[in-house]
Design a protein around this ligand. Sequence first.
Ligand SMILES: [Fe+2]
Ligand SMILES: [Fe+2]
Length: 465
Amino acid sequence: MGNMNRHSKILIIDDNQVDRKLMRLMLENGGFQVVELSSGESCIETIEAENPNLVLLDILMPDMSGNEVLRMIRENLSESEIPVIMVTAKSDTSDVVASLKLGASDYLIKPFQFDVAIKMIRAHLGIVIPSNFGPKQTPINREYEAINLHELLTNQTLGFDVYLHLQENMKYLKYIRSDELITDAQIERLKLRNVSELFVKADDLPKFRSLFSRSLASKLTDKTLDPEQKLAVVKNAAKNLLENVTSISSEQDCAQWSNNCVHFTKVIVSDLCQMDLTTAYESMEKLLASTPTLVTHSFAVSSLSVVLGMALGIFESKSLQELSMGGLLHDLGMAKLPPELLEKHLLMQEMTADELKIFHKHPALGVENIVKVSKTPIITDNVINIILEHHECADGSGFPAGLPSLRQSYLVKIASVADQLSLELSKYNAFGGDIKSILLSILKKQETGQKKLDTKILKQLLDAL
Ligand SMILES: [Fe+2]
Ligand SMILES: [Fe+2]
């Protein structure tokens, strides 16, 4: 059964690295263990050391041909001891006939159909192919996770390594190289086969999830979806996006993730609010050109405010617009402060009393300078409040007002959480954590001293995710 694959080890002998990689992926995804050799010289030693159950042997190799290697193997081991399947790029049957005479068990012609290859290998190993190889089967469950294909069909940018796995017959359908975009024809083929689920290697799942944000544009303009369905799609996408934090393991990943959030925000705001954020983002970028870290932070808080807002169930276009603008402009006043202070703030480092005095001026400075970015009606009271009050605290320990009686609006509270989350995220280079544990650690900080944020919102977010 499928489990037997786990104990089956395949030795690949092929001089072509790309072919070896493809075969390895195919076999590993089929549940086999794999050993590779780039030439046949040391194959006997490898066979003795690794004890493989089957050999995939390339015929055309520069130093020692596949048939020579085969001869060497057969001098030591019989066909019943180890099946050897020849792999050849050309359909020249004379080589194959020679191989079969030398004791090859079978042959495959490159590029191969993975389903045929796997079937052939299993047949030679005496492995029975289960007829209902569905999601309940344990091997596939452990290695793969199912993704609803309908969520992704509008998406044309599946640009990374993946095997598409057909549920009904569990055959490998297509290997997409990382630089190859999925084509309409491929999607049509999938549709024709009525595939509803795509089995994605568990490791690739976060990457797939990030694609939800990119397929949103088409979903939101889809006339067949009613508003409620669209909102469900949006809420789900916000959730997916936030959960995707798990995939961040480098600064590059973090930038990619932030870009996804920004993209998502632009799509949402332009579709739901009929407002193009691009101009606002660009003018901020120009205005803050000397402090690129502040630009990144501003974009992050803008998009996170929207994403968090949506995860909390805010779909009202005015509010989303205000969250995106408020987040974008919240630290505008920081540009007026010494750059060292900005760095200290963004890295969450301690400031001296004198530095704090200056730092506390940034909300008011932001409001004073707001006209430089925009005089248009998008600068509403809520936007101004986000700029002015994003450092106020419920216990009166905040600034600039420092009044416990000051009641932040819901949107200000969300933007403040987004601000803190953005700082926490940029602090981690490789946290490998999930969004819930990050939010939990922020919540813990609120409960043990630093009472800056609204704990109710943090708890609501934890519930929503
Ligand atoms: Fe700030
Ligand atoms: Fe900030």
